[in-house]
Design a protein around this ligand. Structure first.
Ligand code: PGA
Length: 249
């Protein structure tokens, strides 16, 4: 047995109803810790809308499997709409995504985070002993400087943070994410970039995310350098989610 690979379903602003959230979690339970053909186990968790987190965490079976999609830059106080790392900790949350391209500064999100805010968010999480799942990835693959771009993101987001910390990376090329995605990255592109990330951070696990679905999940997960998957759209539709998980085991 070669250990564990991690599957995170990033539900984004889905599903509309808590009943569907529970259905998705029940589907995952059928596949939790199952051994794959690639000779590793899969550990499944869900990055849920914050509104659902408290409710879902009431079920003890869900402990460790519910994570957040983002966390505040602020440690608490008069910040309407924000959720602090301390609040997450007190609820029993063990991990939060940070620096997802949809929460970063972009033409679509003019109030989004720059690397400096992502860095503060990671520091806030680590202070509370919560894992950070840091998303990084280039805007365009055509630019040959994508490695430099990724290197800078890592340097800035992890500034002053000890490398032994609880940090999981997710390589998510922006051109491969969401409904406007060009396509998923090819296996060669994934291996090339994740291997590069691991030369900078040899002790951290790195997931791949971007247009992962039931047609490509297994092949990508079986790549040796890939430690897991961050799945967006296909993770909040019960039919697609079950198909994806079945394809892995
Ligand atoms: P996608 O999103 O799977 O819908 O492309 C991935 C993500 O945003 O994490």
């Amino acid at each position: 047995m070669q250990g564990t690979k991690y599957i995170i379903g990033n539900w984004k602003e889905n599903p509309d109803k808590i009943e569907i959230a529970e259905e998705l979690i029940n589907i995952s339970e059928k596949f939790q810790n199952k051994e794959t053909e690639g000779n590793f186990h899969i550990a499944i968790s869900h990055a849920v809308p914050a509104l659902f987190a408290g409710f879902l965490m009431k079920d003890e079976n869900n402990s460790g499997k519910i994570i957040l999609q983002d966390i505040s830059c602020f440690e608490g106080g008069s910040y309407t709409g924000e959720i602090s790392a301390k609040q997450a900790k007190n609820l029993g949350i063990l991990m939060s995504i940070v620096g997802h391209s949809e929460t970063r500064l972009s033409p679509k999100n003019p109030k989004g985070d720059e690397d400096t805010q992502v860095n503060i968010k990671i520091q806030n999480l680590l202070k509370e002993n919560i894992w950070a799942c840091l998303c990084i990835g280039e805007f365009k693959r055509k630019d040959l400087d994508y490695k430099e771009y990724i290197h800078n993101q890592i340097k800035n987001c992890l500034k002053d943070i000890p490398l032994t910390s609880k940090i999981l990376l997710a390589y998510e090329p922006i051109w491969a994410i969401g409904k406007d995605a060009e396509r998923a990255a090819t296996n060669e592109e994934i291996v090339d970039t994740i291997s590069f990330i691991k030369t900078i951070l040899p002790n951290n696990k790195v997931l791949y995310g971007g247009s992962v679905d039931e047609t490509n999940a297994r092949e990508i997960l079986n790549l040796e350098v890939v430690d897991g998957l961050l799945v967006g759209r296909a993770s909040s539709d019960p039919i697609k989610w079950e198909k994806l998980l079945s394809s892995l085991t």
